[in-house]
Design a protein around this ligand. Structure first.
Ligand code: VGL
Ligand code: ZN
Length: 289
């Protein structure tokens, strides 16, 4: 005979009810459950952009555990890699007398000059070893033309040359792109803005990004993004299909632990983001006991 204590019984009994309630609660709390036409775009989480790399973004490595926990919520994931040639035109070292973070004028406009970074085939250009997204479906490289930079995952800096990502997403029926990665104010922002121009819905998961913030670039990037209809959300706002947090929190009046969608000024401080979701094994509603 199978013996079950009261706690186990209540947990099991609550299961189907909880699942049935999930969509309504998700909507009520503004949480987002990624679906079949959603894709997570993981931008440039490479050694070059984390501390110890050639163009380190402050705290760039801090987003990796968050991305690893977020990615399983998405059926579809694409990854980008900044992938420059040696002596690339975006490197200050290619412009005598120029220093990193100065600008120069190029045929396609003003170019910020960077330290040599993310050179094709070097360990510096590798995806970070702690990034664990085995189900990612595409890795798209950009910035590999000697004379054109590319922050955006869609369109290079000449604003004409396409990377092919628009066609890929459209052919696959993917309509809503969630962006994470590095750096918020360059490759993430340019990608999100171009996603909007190409007709996609675009969201940036703020606490799964970090910025360079050169000369006010971070504030400007957010202003441009929100002006273009890019939504600004937090990690806690995205949840995996089939989880029952919303229900559990509501019904039992438990402290709000579940992921919540927090847009704009409602955003909860970063420290609350990654800590709000218990490990997968513990995702079940509390029993009433
Ligand atoms: C990036 C500067 C130069 C980025 C790439 O990934 O944001 N920034 N190359
Ligand atoms: Zn670059």
């Amino acid at each position: 005979m199978i013996r079950m204590d009261r706690r186990q019984f209540l947990t099991l009994a609550a299961g189907p009810v909880a699942l049935a309630w999930t969509p309504r609660i998700a909507y009520a709390q503004g949480m987002i459950t990624p679906g079949e036409t959603d894709v997570l775009a993981v931008i440039d989480v490479q050694n070059c952009f984390v501390p110890g790399g050639t163009l380190p973004v402050p705290e760039g490595d801090r987003i990796i555990p968050i991305i690893n926990r977020l990615a399983p919520a998405f059926r579809h994931v694409v990854i980008t890699q900044d992938w420059h040639t040696k002596g690339h035109i975006s490197f200050a070292s290619s412009h005598p007398g120029k220093k990193p973070f100065e600008t120069t004028s190029l045929p396609y406009g003003t170019q910020v000059l960077w330290p040599d970074h993310c050179i094709q085939g070097t360990p510096d250009a590798d995806l970070h070893k702690d990034l664990k997204i085995p189900h990612a479906e595409l890795i798209i490289r950009k910035g590999y033309r000697q004379h054109v930079d590319s922050y955006s995952a869609f369109l290079e800096a000449d604003r004409k040359t396409k990377t092919g990502l628009t066609g890929y997403l459209k052919e696959r029926g993917l309509a809503r792109v969630f962006f994470v990665g590095l750096a918020t104010d360059f490759c993430v922002a340019w990608s999100a803005l171009d996603a909007r121009k190409a007709g996609f819905e675009a969201l940036v998961i703020e606490d799964a990004t970090r910025g360079i913030d050169a000369g006010g670039s971070l504030g400007k990037a957010w202003a441009d993004m929100t002006g273009a209809g890019v939504k600004r959300i937090q990690f806690g706002g995205v949840r995996r299909a089939g989880t029952v947090f919303g229900h559990a929190n509501r019904r039992y009046g438990a402290p709000v632990m579940g992921p919540r969608f927090m847009a704009g000024s409602d955003a909860v401080p970063r420290r609350h983001g990654p800590h709000t979701v218990p490990p997968a094994g513990r995702r079940r509603p509390p029993s009433a006991l």
